[in-house]
Ligand binder design. Sequence first.
Ligand code: SF4
Length: 372
Amino acid sequence: MSLSARDAYQAIRSSGSELESLLEAAANLRDQFKGRTVTYSRKIFLPITNLCRDRCSYCTFRKDPTDPDAWTMSPTEIDDVLLRGAQQGCKEALMCLGDKPEAAFPQYRKTLTELGHRTTAEYVARACEMAIERGFLPHTNAGVLSLDEMKLLRPLNASLGLMLENVSARLSERGMPHFSAPDKLPSLRLRMIRGAGELSIAFTTGILIGIGETLEERVDSLIAIRQLHEQYGHIQEVIIQNFRAKPGTRMESFAEPDSFDVARTVATARLVLGGRMNIQVPPNLNARDHTLLLRAGINDWGGISPVTRDYVNPEAAWPHVDKLAETCRQAGFTLRERLATYDEFLDRPGFLPPRLRAVAAARQNEIVQGAL
Ligand code: SF4
């Protein structure tokens, strides 16, 4: 049985020997359902545009059109990355971009018109088409999408994603990190995650920790995700992402969560979400703690790219897959590649779009051949 809110509030406050017991309980639950296999997805990162109408206090990715390093990728640039990724055996095309730039920037609306599109979602759909033609499985994280936008992208995506970040509306108050970010209102994000469930879309979400939330608010966020998953069964993975203080942001001097704070949150997430849930921590944001995080109950490292950097965290290089595999091996785990759709959603009726079935089968076959 999954942990109650009350027990989870207590668990996430663990330290000392209690923390050791918490990690052990989480690891045992993971072992029971996932065994000693940890997965990752070999991907390319396509930051279609870094224009964003929001201004989260910790973000260095977003730009205004007047910034010298603002960009919107052209179809040629997109195809160039696709080609390089295909040559390196990448299988997931992550479309990751700012939120609703067309609502804020007339210059960008002009760019879209020149590209032959009215909305960002339309342009992303075109990029997804290009990716599929090159043999990729697209996974789009384009911020808060409407139901119609999800319907447009659904047939072209192996999965969609949106971090819940946190369920607390307090973080949108004046002085808090989401004050100038209308798309970070939890009610909007919960609505999109629910909409994805109604559309049977395999969905990636997660929480961002260390941005001023309380430990109880982390638990409340995990429980909100659990409730949506209980209703629709569509959450394929939950990411526990730790805040990193970036120079030049309003939160540059804010303390980052330490290793044990990340570990106790991961372990609590495992107990709240249960043994079947895929729980992921970005390996590049926790470079010194891979073994600790395996002990805390994760079973996935997310996307790793041999071709493109992490544009959201450009200071944090991806680990080399061979080195990560060796760390896993020494901790008693096998590292295995997976697709952008988790195995359990590949054959589940109504989830993997028909257009992607042949691509998924071919890429899965390559993984199996590579592992032999
Ligand atoms: S975190 Fe996302 S939504 Fe917030 S400013 Fe950056 S790109 Fe925009």
